[in-house]
Design a protein around this ligand. Structure first.
Ligand code: PMT
Length: 236
């Protein structure tokens, strides 16, 4: 496969939502279906990239889009710790890293080794103590390989376009990424939906793309911005 504007470019994509176990049968999770990240992986492969897709708890029906694509290697992960270690290993060989996964900010402090039983709690509702997870994106930026292009997503519940961009710009500064794809999320938007509405911010906080459409259309607009970053890095 040597056609396309990302021919031969190695791209690492994370997708889906991490889950943090509470006990052997329960977890804390989020509603990410993986559709947006899988669309990024499929679009990158269609443009010639060699893709590693770290898939956090994604349904096989969603993964079907890339399952038979020889240019996409799918690696399933469960917890944030698993995503953290596999992402760092895979990032070593990647020219581009795109973190579309919804990562749990907290995990359960003490995972019970047996099912927490209602009859053991003497009528009191149990309390879960949480500890903060590492920020994978921040550490990937800290350990950036050469002139690697690193892209984050930001999922925000907001009241207005201004608030969306303002929160996006703050997150951009905190994470230190080259590009940040900002999407408004809510009960119906972003997570699980077939469509998405995204602004892509560059390092200066300028909007370099605004696209509302299918998750594949969003993926291609994001990859156009990535292509521009690669061209800039490769220009003499
Ligand atoms: O999967 P879908 O159903 O298609 O939904 C798509 C989506 C809404 C999940 C996706 O478009 C999206 O926004 N993904 C990022 C969700 C998210 O967790 O955003 P955040 O604002 O909490 O995190 C910002 C960035 O930091 C993300 O790139 C995230 O991967 C990364 N992060 C966050 C926390 C953490 N501990 N480590 C991280 O690396």
């Amino acid at each position: 496969r040597d056609r396309g504007d990302l021919a031969g470019v190695r791209v690492l994509v994370t997708a889906g939502g991490t889950r943090e176990p509470i006990d052997p049968v329960r977890y804390l999770g989020n509603r990410s279906s993986g559709k947006q990240g899988v669309a990024v992986a499929a679009a990158a492969a269609a443009r010639g990239a060699e893709v590693v897709l770290l898939a956090a708890n994604i349904d096989t029906s969603v993964l079907a889009e890339v399952a038979s694509d020889p240019a996409v290697r799918v690696v399933p992960v469960g917890t944030t710790a698993e995503l953290d270690s596999t992402a760092h290993a895979a990032a070593k060989g990647a020219r581009v890293v795109i973190m579309a996964a919804a990562v749990a900010d907290y995990r359960v402090a003490d995972i019970a080794d047996h099912k927490i039983r209602k009859e053991d709690s003497a009528g009191d509702a149990p309390t879960l103590a949480l500890v903060e997870n590492p920020d994978i994106l921040v550490s990937l930026v800290r350990e950036r390989q050469g002139d690697q292009v690193i892209v984050g997503f930001a999922a925000e519940t907001v009241e207005s376009e201004d608030e969306l961009l303002e929160r996006g710009r703050r997150k951009l500064a905190r994470k230190g990424v080259d590009l940040l794809a900002v999407n408004a999320v809510g009960w119906k938007e972003g997570f699980e939906a077939e469509e998405n509405d995204v602004r892509v911010l560059d390092m200066d906080g300028d909007v370099v793309a605004a696209v509302a459409g299918s998750k594949r259309e969003v993926a291609d607009a994001l990859l156009d911005a990535v292509r521009d970053e690669l061209d800039f890095a490769e220009s003499p």
